[in-house]
Design a protein around this ligand. Structure first.
Ligand code: ZN
Ligand code: ZN
Ligand code: ZN
Length: 358
């Protein structure tokens, strides 16, 4: 069973991080470790307790047992019982990392029941649990990258001018599914001034000749995420649109070329930022350079100032610089990259020059 290997590895990682164990509630960490994803996280406590040198134990409501994965030891509880003491009975004194997606309700319940255990977030205690992808995961990430590129290629044939962002977004949703995505996670169609908001979704704004359009989209293929951004132009680009696009494209290239094992995350961010600052647009690059991606769209490692985390082969993350000119337009270019033994591999290969659409 896949889960047993990953749980054993997680226990070893926990031990080397000085943790006495891991508490994993439903969410991406549980999916990663066991393949199990209950319909939703909920108010009834379900938690996988992983302790180095001990058998993993899954604490869950009795009636959830039917869907839960085989090969684990179970502690079942029924409505009316106190699930927190059932779970914390399994813990000794010590320091435990709790999966980031665990509801506050459960974290506080566990902490109150385990007075001599101290709880930290997974991000604080064991940030790299899912950050280094194995060969099977890398193959899935590459599939997701190829699928999202194919969807973008097909989108270039659709008309932009005279249609709303929402229409183009719906078209893109269909293309992602058509090109192998099991689910669509997010769609950004930021035309004209809306492109200056990095996390704009879609709106009823009608796209017009002369607009820059930021297209950022992704979803999941075989459990792993895609996420890419291209900025296109409706009709011939003005000099300013072309210039800003050139700066972002070059900055993105600088970022990709900086990636190799041993380089600190913040140094990739610094290289990209320095390029944009030198071009005079530093104050308009308002977010970090990138984020890890895998079973979640945003996960460790974050390519951000302050992160001295060295890159390791198998890490996958975005390089996505942008320039956002308020009330005017935005440009962002984003590819997912994988760190290799001696450098980097891009998982997105859609054209990066400024493409003209109709
Ligand atoms: Zn984002
Ligand atoms: Zn994106
Ligand atoms: Zn992204």
């Amino acid at each position: 069973m896949l889960g047993v290997d990953r749980i054993a590895r997680a226990a070893a990682l926990a031990a080397s991080a000085g943790l006495d164990g891991l508490l994993i509630a439903p969410g991406p960490d549980l999916r990663y470790l066991t393949g199990y994803s209950p319909l939703s996280a909920a108010e009834r406590l379900m938690v996988l307790v992983v302790r180095p040198g001990e058998e993993p134990v899954f604490v869950l409501p009795s009636f959830e047992r039917g869907d839960a994965p085989d090969g684990l030891r179970y502690v079942e509880w029924v409505d009316g019982e106190d699930p927190y003491s059932a779970a914390t009975k399994l813990l000794g004194a010590g320091r435990y990392a709790v999966s980031d997606a665990t509801w506050a309700l459960h974290v506080l319940g566990l902490q109150a029941a385990a007075a001599d255990a101290s709880l930290v977030s997974m991000s604080a205690g064991l940030p790299l649990l899912r950050a280094v992808k194995d060969a099977d995961e890398l193959a899935r990430m590459a599939r997701a990258g190829a699928a999202v590129d194919a969807a973008f290629g097909a989108l270039l044939d659709v008309p932009f001018a005279g249609r709303t962002e929402r229409d183009v977004g719906e078209e893109l949703t269909g293309l992602l599914r058509e090109h192998g995505h099991d689910s669509v996670d997010f769609i950004i169609v930021g035309s004209g001034p809306n492109g200056a908001n990095p996390h704009h979704g879609v709106s009823d704004r009608v796209i017009a000749e002369g607009d820059m359009v930021v297209l950022d989209f992704g979803g999941f293929v075989a459990g792993y995420g895609s996420d890419t951004t291209r900025t296109v132009h409706v009709g011939e680009a003005s000099d300013e649109h072309q210039r800003v696009h050139d700066v972002v494209r070059q900055a993105q290239q600088v970022g990709v070329e900086a990636v190799r094992p041993g380089v600190a995350c913040q140094d990739v961010d610094r290289g990209v930022r320095a390029h944009i600052v030198a071009a005079g647009y530093g104050e308009y690059f308002t977010h970090r350079t990138g984020h890890g991606i895998g079973v979640e769209t945003h996960e460790q490692p974050y390519i951000v100032e302050g992160s001295t985390q060295p890159l390791e082969p198998g890490m996958c993350f975005s390089i996505e610089p942008g320039i956002y000119l308020p009330r005017q337009f935005g440009v962002r270019i984003e590819d997912i990259v994988a760190v290799t033994d001696d450098g980097v591999r891009r998982l997105n290969e859609s054209p990066r020059e400024l493409l003209v659409v109709g």
